[in-house]
Design a protein around this ligand. Sequence first.
Ligand code: CTP
Ligand code: MG
Length: 264
Amino acid sequence: MKGLLSAGADFRRAGRPWIRHRLSPMSRIRPKVFVIVPAAGSGERLGGQVKKQFLLLREKPIIVHTLQRFEHCSDVDEIAIAVPEQSIAEMESLVSHYRLHKVSLVTVGGVHRQDSVANVLRKFVFRPSDIVLVHDGVRPFVEPKRISQVIRACKEHDAAVLGVQPKDTIRRSRGGEFFEETLDRNALWQVQTPQAFKASLLVKAFKNAKRHRMYATDEAALVERVGVNAKIVEGSYDNIKITTQEDLELGRLILERWRTKGLL
Ligand code: CTP
Ligand code: MG
């Protein structure tokens, strides 16, 4: 009750409508979970006429497989997607055709993946204590239970990321001609998505990146720059990113295995 009263006082100071006081205690305490899905790339490494996020895997676009993983995760509240400008109408019709009820926003992406995420981040309305996940639109094999694990770890550590350890030996070569050293495999991780962050932390990291004109391939790297290390959550080797033609073929096999195991 004490917490509620003081929160009420904050709302008054901020000039917010008094109706906010009437939120139930549960809706105050439980942070909402938002998911940003960047799907605005051009898929150059895979090539072809159709952008890879819209290619079919068993008669369903890859982006729909991806969104369904989050639609079916009970810990997720809202989803927003960034797509290329010319694909907005197509994406909206997929959302309604597949009844993706959690999708609250379809918007345009930017030049780089990070710009696409930033575009959505600007448009989503959340509270600082909410949780924001970022997940590649072309990573259709993430299990809802792993999404929940990342969310749980984020609640404790403010930042959490799925990853797997490499199975091969990894060596370093700066010139690309001769090996120089073997890296300690136990200290290495292949980073996946989803990556989850306390909303206020992610906003701070993006502001910092903008100020320093900094680009990274994932959000965890941006968050590290503002002094927070993400908690590692062990992922699955099935959670591949469809990048090249081989990944598409591998994706078809994974989907078949999931179907026979009754995971879909
Ligand atoms: N992405 C995005 N906006 C961009 C670039 C990428 O939203 N400007 C998205 C992609 O659509 C994909 C995810 O980020 O869902 C991961 O990017 P990647 O696999 O590199 O996809 P593409 O950039 O489309 O592929 P490529 O790099 O081969 O062109
Ligand atoms: Mg790319």
